[in-house]
Write a protein of this length. Sequence first.
Length: 205
Amino acid sequence: MVLPINLTLKTPSEFSPVLDDMFGAIAGYIRDRGDTLETLSRKEATAGWAASIIEVKESEALEDNFEAAMRTYVTRLAETRSFDAVISPSIVYRTTTTRDRRVKWDGVFRKMKIVNLSDAAKNKGLARGLTVEINGVSLHVMVFGPEGDLIFQKFGGLDLAHDVDMAGAEFTMNPRLLLKEGLLKESDHISEGIGVTFDPYLPRR
């Protein structure tokens, strides 16, 4: 069973337009491996998660025991549903560093895009050997057994969240980060990141 993306986390607004596409890509990856897939609507899943939070808060602080809340949630699901595992996927930011336009994080490599590079900035070599702290976007999956035990979790890199904007850098000597257009829209990157995230639980082919 696959839960809605970011069920237990607040979703940054820039991710909202791609949640359905991302969920479809995750579901497709699982089905391609011959597994039967069951899903929950976000409304039903959210109601169940809220009930589990309330139950756990009566005895423990949720922020100190996330797994207790998830265990409660999964065991409640098992009372009415039959499944081998519950997969909880999330899309999250992960801080990484780019060096000379190449970025490695959570099992993938990506190439940083530089925009608005003027001739003056180029002549000063400001884009060469550039080191910038940047946000990567990763898929995080947590897999729970029917009794609510965590049996697998991993991060896999998907996309860089920003381009490096060199506008005015020849004066400030300090490039800015610009939210990437078409964030999480490159299907090859998405497919690779999903494969990295699930391997070896659901091995890549």
